[in-house]
Ligand binder design. Structure first.
Ligand code: IVH
Length: 668
């Protein structure tokens, strides 16, 4: 192909992929493919320097900047690393280093390449004062409030740190947290997050730092920058960082030569899967900082470091059958059952195939040999079919039209990827999953009645809805006969059921398993409406105007409230003594200074939490709402408020005030 045309093509494609990746957290192609395209472009540009485009992606460090957060300039640009997939490339890298250092002795440090989000942390006089994302490498988003929620990150350094320190490292979501989060999202009928990196990056951009805190992000430091020469070597700086209290992964190692580097790479090829975080390779750095300076930088990456990427773990195995699971909200998820095959440290027996579209796109057939990969995501996925090995007469997989559990015709709402069984009233796996959810730890947390027991009770016909649980104490004799439960476990069970009546309303609301009403939304609704009756009486529009409750949630909730069987469920639960309202006094009226005024709170506040401000406003007779309209009295703006809100308020001439200005309105 004409090099000029190819350069243009690659440039455009890479710009697009960069934009998707950095702005929208979408990886359209595997990293390896991206790197190959970039390498091809680099080569072409080298061969035809006159054809290179001025804004070539090879000259740039990353994407452009998201507008939502305030931005800050990086004092030293945040570079990226040259990538390689082969040991030969590493030998060449080593030779370049050797030449660059003119024969002087040198050593390396090897580290894991953590697959998260790069973060720069500023500490002044030992205090964390700023967290900035990488952005485009020169300017990033200021996400300090969110970063502060990372519990393993010290807000104050231990003594010994110089007055000005910039710590760089990776923010990540531990795999276990990611799994929990996605499980919860699946149960709530919310879209799943693609992988832990996307989850971490999305979390850092959330407006409500309380939600960020609940996501349990973590951080590993991998570089320390100080004005002036504070350390002689990178390894010394890592040791110092750990001594100051910063989290440094203990996996790094000094390597005397290339052979030791290769040994480290081999050692971690499998061991990396035992770490709490996904890694996608090894970073090799020249240890001595003076030598790093001597080697210097290219336009986008240092000459003193390189990343070795492990090939994506893949395996080939036979597709035995597809099982269709029906979840709590009726969503049907296909799961592929495979002949067990070892992959990335575990034996894989199942893989996800997301949805019907994907089955069709892959043209999957029973008996096919398929390729499974474990990338950033935890559950392996089927990425392709070995067509050469397809048995003659293999029958394409037909996605069921009816619910595999109850036979009701499946529906697929427009714009949704999943088919859904609409028979929420009687479809057994939906009923069972709702019971399991109701008794789960974060909901009613009933001692002596775990998910398994309640599922067994369901199969025995003892319970079908959460309200039936409260009839169990009267059915003691039946339990003894049916389940051969001992006196003691029955006493336990009954005590657990009794205790669940003291569980706060917000957890009961969450426990009802209404689609899209997760833990946080349940909390917000409970705070705002205080009683189940008020929530059920609210229209979809009213619900949508509640802070943190969007239209989709509001519609789902309003629909739920209209169903007679749900009204009956709430009535029975309430009659049994389950909390259907917030306990304690409603916020005490302190004054009527804000009577007749409505407020929207947005962003993160400095002195009070959003809930505290909300309560203050209510105590003084004001009203909180969720959406900006012409009738709104004030928009109270905190840090990190989205630009769309500001724009809307400005257009509608709604006054925007700060936390301090709000407090000034109060008679304190
Ligand atoms: S050093 C100039 N060390 O990889 C060197 N980076 O392409 C700067 N990363 O966005 C980075 N683990 O966030 C370094 N142990 C490690 C790393 C690491 C992950 C990320 C980093 C950066 C990307 C470099």
């Amino acid at each position: 192909m004409d090099p000029q045309q190819r350069i243009q093509e690659l440039t455009q494609r890479l710009h697009h992929l960069n934009n998707q990746y950095y702005q929208h957290d979408i990886s359209e192609v595997p990293d390896q493919e991206f790197d190959q395209m970039l390498a091809e472009l680099q080569q072409l540009e080298k061969a035809h320097p006159d054809l290179a485009l001025a804004n070539s992606p090879t000259q740039r460090v990353g994407g452009t900047i998201t507008k939502q957060f305030a931005q800050a300039q990086h004092r030293y640009p945040m570079l990226s690393l040259g990538n390689t997939y082969s040991e030969d490339d590493l030998r060449e890298f080593d030779e370049r280093v050797q030449r660059g250092l003119e024969g002087a002795p040198y050593t390396y440090v090897c580290e894991q390449k953590f697959d998260g989000v790069a973060m720069s942390l500023g500490y002044e006089n030992g205090e964390l004062h700023q967290g900035v994302t990488r952005g485009d490498g020169t300017r990033g988003d200021v996400v300090t409030a969110n970063v502060r929620t990372i519990r393993t990150l010290p807000l104050h350094l231990r003594p010994g740190a110089p007055p000005e320190v910039e710590v760089r490292g990776e923010v990540f979501m531990p795999n276990s947290v990611f799994n929990d989060l996605n499980q919860e999202r699946e149960q709530n009928g919310e879209a799943l997050l693609a992988n832990p990196r996307n989850a971490a990056s999305g979390t850092l951009k959330l407006q409500d730092s309380a939600v960020v805190a609940a996501r349990r992000l973590r951080f590993y430091a991998y570089s320390v920058l100080t004005p002036g020469r504070h350390f002689a070597s990178h390894s010394e700086s890592l040791e110092a960082a750990a001594a100051w209290g910063l989290p440094v992964s203990p996996t790094w190692q000094r390597c005397q030569n290339l052979q030791e580097v290769l040994d480290y790479i081999h050692e971690w090829a499998q061991k990396r899967f035992t770490l709490p975080v996904n890694t996608d390779g090894i970073v090799i750095k020249v240890d001595n900082l003076r030598q790093q300076d001597q080697l210097g930088l290219t336009a986008k990456s240092p000459r003193w470091a390189i990343a070795y990427k492990y090939p994506t773990a893949a395996a080939r195995t036979e597709l035995l059958r597809i099982e269709y699971n029906v979840g709590r909200t009726g969503a049907v998820t296909p799961v592929a059952h495979l002949t067990p095959v070892p992959l990335a440290g575990t034996i894989v027996k199942r893989a996800s195939v997301h949805n019907a579209n994907q089955i069709a796109a892959l043209d999957l057939r029973l008996g096919d040999f398929v390729f499974v990969e474990k990338g950033g995501e935890i559950i392996p996925k089927i990425t392709g079919v070995d067509l050469a090995a397809r048995p003659a007469g293999a029958v394409p997989i037909r996605y069921p039209q009816d619910c595999p559990a109850c036979g009701t015709p499946l529906v697929r709402p427009e714009g949704e990827a999943h088919y859904r069984c609409p028979n929420e009233r009687a479809c057994p796996p939906q009923l069972k999953a709702r019971l399991e959810h109701y008794v789960s730890r974060k909901a009613l947390n009933i001692d002596g009645l775990g998910a398994e027991t309640v599922a067994r009770f369901f199969d025995l016909g003892l319970v079908a809805t959460p309200a039936d649980i409260y009839d169990l104490p009267q059915r003691r004799a039946e339990l003894i006969v049916l389940e051969r439960l001992g006196e003691k476990s029955i006493d336990n069970l009954i005590a657990g059921i009794e205790k669940s009546k003291t569980v706060p309303f917000e957890r009961v609301l969450f426990g009802l398993g209404i689609r899209y009403v997760g833990e946080t939304v349940a909390q917000k609704l409970a705070q705002h409406y205080r009683t189940m009756a008020a929530i059920m009486a609210a229209s979809a529009e009213e619900l949508a105007a509640t802070p943190e409750v969007g239209g989709v949630i509001a519609d789902s909730l309003a629909l739920w409230s209209q169903q007679p069987e749900n009204q009956e469920l709430v009535r029975r639960l309430q009659a049994a003594g389950v909390a259907m309202e917030v306990s304690g006094e409603p916020p005490r009226a302190v004054s009527d200074r804000l009577a007749g005024l409505t407020f929207v709170l947005s962003g993160v506040f400095e002195n009070y939490s959003r809930e505290q401000l909300q309560e203050l406003i209510q105590q003084h007779g004001g009203k909180i709402t969720g959406s900006i309209s012409k009738k709104l009295s004030y928009l109270v703006a905190g840090d990190n408020m989205g630009p769309a809100k500001r724009e809307k308020a400005t257009t509608l001439k709604v006054p925007i005030i700060s936390e301090t200005e709000l407090l000034a309105l109060l008679p304190i």
